[in-house]
Structure formats: C-alpha cells, structure tokens
Design a protein around this ligand. Structure first.
Ligand code: ZN
Length: 356
C-alpha cells in the first residue's frame, strides 16, 4: 500500500482511479414489496498512497447524527490532496433509517448481528456486506452513534479498554470525553478487534436530531484523526485540541418515582457525590423526590423527556476524580468547537421545528 504510485481501488465492480471519488452501492436484499435495496458508499481514493479508513453512521437506524457529520466530510474532503482511501457510509442500517427505527425490519439489532452471512436474515445479509466490503478493506474505522430517542450524549469517544493505539487515536480525535469499556459480543467493534481493525466509536447527541456541538465535534475529530495518520494536512485550527477527560467506569442515576422530572444539571456538567441533579414530582408538583449523584464525575448523558416512570435511567455519569478541573477543560473544548465557523450545508444544523 505504501508504494510510490497508488493502485486503483476496486469495490462493488467499480475501479476508482487515484485522486478521484465515486459513489458505489451494494444490493442487499429484496424487500417485501419486491423492490431492491442498496447500501450506498462514497469512496474517496487519494492521489497519494496511505491507509484505508471508513466512517460509518446509523448502524442504529435512528442515530442519524453521523449522517450529518459524513455529509460534511463528503463535501469537504478532496481526493486530490488525500493520502490513502476514505470510505464514507452515511447510513449503514438503510432499513431502520427509512422507518426512523433503531432496528431492522426483522426486529434485529444490526450492531449485534456481525459478522452475519450472505444467506442469512436481512440483518445477517446487511451485516455481512458491511463487514466484508467496508470493514474488511480498512485498517481503521470510526463508527458514529447517538444516544437513544429522548436522550442526549455529550460527544464522547468509546474505545476498547487497554489498547494504547486506540488511546492515541482517541486523543487525536479530541472529543471532550474518552470512555474505555469492554467490547460487546457480536458488535462491530468486537469483530473488528478480532480481525485487527482499529475502531473508534463516537457517541454524540440525540437520536433523530442534529445538534451543532455533536456535528462540529465529529467533523473536527475525524479530520484530526486523518491528519494524525498523515492522510490530510493538519491546518492550524485542527491542531489546537484540548486534552479529553478519560474514564473507565460510569454509573446511571434512575428516577426514584414515576411522574414529571425537572432537571437542574445536564451533559458536560461536573458533579460531586451528593449533588442534586434534579427531582421528580407527582402531577400537581407534590412529593418531589431528589436525584443525587452517587459519585464524583462528569455527566456524559441525560434524558431529555420529562415524563418518567420509576426506574427510568435519567443521568449517565462518568466517574472522574477532580470533576471541576476536568469540567473546566471540557467547557474549554466545547467552547473552542462551537467558536469555529460552521461550514458546508447549513440546513444540517437547523432546529427541528424550523424545517417545514
Ligand atoms: Zn447506537
């Protein structure tokens, strides 16, 4: 791969010349209506040799924040100045994306269906194509998720615990928080790890919504990783990155009763053990029961829906010592990200209510 002249890149029956981009599609299956369906991939094959990297979104079909991030990357990245190959998959779970659902029509979770099989269910077929044709061609993948519906995640990179190469790449990405956690069986990261493919998982924002911090963090983070790998030039803005907070333990705070929740803290806030995060009341505002943080840390996810049942998970807290110091750093990272001028498709950042 590291020869003087890059070879053409072959995928899906297409041969892509160095320095050019091409959209390709893999037929997945025939739907119940008899119509075919296809997985769309943009391949940017650099004029200079280098590694192959994929960026994927919406493996959970309603987690569309990565789709906005990939749209920006697709518009901004120039294969003429690129070293290596970038494979962009704006929507991996094409079926769940259409129905605004996390799952597939066969009610399976694509991210628990890897490696799948060519003769399997709809989930198995899609997982198999994605694995064989995208993951199998790359040495690094960045897979983008969001929180579930009615939840918000502070942009955070999740990596397999104890892998120094992944820590280095996660630091290069520069999201406010890095979470190190064990891999789940059958997940894309689990399989990639077994095949020697490095993977970063970005969690950011809310399902079915776009928000500016998540999109800007994702675009800048992917570009920083590509610059770190020597695939693109690092411009001045990209190199200024704060040191993210790192954690390998997190805890959920659940609703102490059913009713109406009032939150006083949100994602990004530092909290001390015993700090009040909010309360849950009855329908008339009576019998308020406080929720308190069980640990020192940073809130990395929160519920956005105030209608709650007893036991609903409402706050996700990464356990981090000296949370105020780390919180100030996170504030400076997010402020720096938001201070950058938005570029490219401005419609991607509109508030939901503004879209007719
Ligand atoms: Zn997900």
């Amino acid at each position: 791969m590291q020869g003087m002249e890059p070879e053409p890149f072959a995928i899906a029956g297409a041969t892509i010349a160095p320095g050019t981009a091409r959209d390709v599609a893999f037929q997945i299956t025939t739907l119940a209506t008899g119509t075919p369906s296809a997985l769309a991939i943009r391949v940017l094959h650099g004029a200079r040799p280098g590694p192959a990297v994929f960026v994927s979104a919406a493996i959970h079909g309603d987690e569309i924040i990565g789709t906005a991030i990939i749209q920006r990357l697709a518009q901004e990245c120039d294969p003429q100045t690129l070293a290596g190959t970038l494979l962009l998959v704006p929507v991996a779970n094409i079926f769940g994306f259409m129905t605004r659902s996390r799952y597939l029509p066969d009610r399976r979770d694509l991210n628990r269906s890897f490696p799948g099989s060519a003769n399997g269910s709809i989930a198995g077929q899609l997982a198999n194509i994605f694995y064989r044709e995208v993951v199998g061609r790359c040495t690094l993948g960045i897979d983008i998720h969001s929180a579930a519906i009615h939840r918000y995640n502070l942009p955070q990179i999740r990596i397999a615990a104890g892998n120094t190469r992944l820590i280095e790449l996660a630091m290069a990405f520069g999201a406010p928080v890095i979470m190190e956690s064990p891999l789940r069986d059958g997940s894309l990261r689990d399989l990639a790890h077994k095949q020697g493919v490095d993977m970063l998982l970005l969690e950011a924002g809310e399902a079915l919504r776009f928000d500016r911090l998540s999109v800007e963090t994702g675009v800048a983070g992917v570009n920083r990783v590509l610059a770190h790998l020597g695939m693109i030039e690092a411009d001045d803005g990209l190199t200024e990155v704060g040191i993210p907070a790192r954690a390998n333990r997190s805890v959920w705070v659940r609703s102490p009763r059913g009713g109406v929740a009032h939150f006083v803290r949100e994602s990004g806030d530092p909290v001390r053990k015993g700090d009040v995060l909010g309360c849950v009341t009855g329908l008339f505002g009576e019998d308020a029961q406080d929720m308190v943080s069980p640990a020192d840390g940073i809130i990395i996810g929160h519920a956005t829906l105030p209608v709650v049942h007893q036991g609903d998970a409402l706050f996700h807290i990464a356990e981090i010592p000296h949370p105020e110091r780390v919180g100030a750093r996170i504030e400076s990272i997010t402020a720096a990200i938001l201070a950058s001028e938005p570029q490219g498709a401005p419609e991607a950042l509109l508030d939901e209510d503004e879209v007719v």
